[in-house]
Design a protein around this ligand. Structure first.
Ligand code: ADP
Length: 356
């Protein structure tokens, strides 16, 4: 069992910089939580507070219901995997993986069994006598994970573990981490600035901006019903398109374009008649149609899809992800309809969800 509870946690550094504001989260046993957000939003600080590598300024941290806010890092029963791997260059892979257990003076036979078992899980059995320098980046990252596994910790903490790997290896290692999570059924907290990693790995995502939690939810919840403009723009690639529009009867009126509202849209927007709102449209929610007319500025073929960039008469910009292989030329005129709209309050930037 390993349930974590972060309650009203703040971090104020000695230089008075507040990096984390009132962070609340209950992590269930065996859950993989991904903290995601742009650089400097407080993800690592939060992870380091959980690990015990930073003091918690205010609030409480509980592991299985027991307060560990003041517990030293070494007594928290957590293992952290860093992006830098932090392997000892002069030691073999075996010695690197055994290191923490050797320090704890565990029985050498037990150590041997644990290292071999972890190596087996990670496909490192044939590498155990090598030095880190003889391994690829991906293999080194696996050794770093192996070092965590042999300790059999209650909680695994990952700090951007894939950011030193190239794109192809990142994808492969990501899948390995998922398999590892399934196999170990361990509670994991994983920090990344990469929204793709968050979407593909997480049971639940915590999206942060400037020290504040913006939304906690499953990947689909954050993708499909983002709480605010920040989450909407951060999750999803290419990012959502945003437009300033005015609600007028059955229409949204933008700069040089109009969008017709469905009866359901109208219900959602009850109370916003005559007001300005922000309309959000994901690139994949544009289809070729008769609505917003733009002049193509770029056509990028991705294989299954084509990214089409265009600018309309009023200067409106569209990034659309169309199905199939398209061959628009610069200057071609294309019209788009919208199959799914997101609405945001202009002042608060919060999602408008109607009375639902
Ligand atoms: P992230 O992991 O999301 O990139 P961090 O948690 O590293 O963000 O940093 C959050 C904020 O705290 C940033 O403004 C950063 O400059 C600040 N910060 C991080 N570490 C320290 C420190 N040791 N002393 C003072 N400020 C810090």
């Amino acid at each position: 069992m390993a349930e974590l509870s972060l309650q009203h946690i703040d971090k104020i550094y000695d230089n008075k910089v507040q990096a984390v504001f009132d962070f609340n989260l209950d992590v269930k046993d065996g859950e993989l939580i991904v903290l995601v957000g742009p650089s400097g939003c407080g993800k690592s600080t939060t992870l380091r507070m959980v690990a015990g590598l930073e003091d918690i300024s205010n609030g409480h941290l509980l592991l299985d219901g027991k307060e560990i806010t003041q517990t030293p890092a070494k007594d928290r029963d957590m293992a952290m995997v860093f992006q830098s791997y932090a392997l000892y260059g002069h030691m073999t892979i075996y010695e690197n993986m055994a290191f923490s257990l050797t320090l704890r003076k565990e029985n050498p036979n037990v150590i041997h069994k644990k290292v071999l078992a972890a190596a087996e899980i990670l496909g490192l059995t044939s590498q155990l006598n090598k030095k880190p320098a003889q391994l690829s980046g991906g293999q080194r990252q696996r050794v770093a994970m192996g070092r965590a596994i042999v300790r059999n910790p209650k909680v695994f903490l990952f700090d951007e573990p894939l950011s030193n790997l190239d794109a192809k290896l990142r994808g492969a290692t990501r899948r390995e981490i998922l398999l590892l999570h399934k196999r170990l059924q361990a509670t994991m907290l994983y920090v990344t600035h990469d929204q793709t990693e968050a979407l593909t790995l997480a049971d639940r995502i915590v999206c942060m901006s400037m020290g504040h939690v913006q939304q906690v939810g499953t990947p689909l919840e954050l993708y499909d019903s983002p709480n605010n403009v920040f989450v909407a723009s951060f999750i999803g690639l290419p990012p959502m398109n945003f437009y300033d529009v005015k609600v007028v009867g059955d229409q949204l009126q933008g700069n040089g374009f109009k969008v017709t509202l469905t009866p359901e849209d109208k219900m959602t927007l009850a109370g916003y008649e005559g007001k300005e709102i922000t309309l959000g449209v994901r690139p994949e929610n544009f289809i070729e149609g008769e609505g917003i007319k733009v002049s193509v500025t770029n056509n990028e073929n991705l294989g299954m899809n084509t990214l089409v960039y265009g600018t309309g008469e009023g200067g409106v910009k569209v990034t659309a992800k169309l199905k199939g292989w398209k061959n628009f030329k610069v200057g071609d005129t294309v019209s788009f309809d919208i199959v799914r709209k997101h609405f945001f309050d202009k002042e608060t930037t919060n999602a408008i969800r109607g009375d639902k």
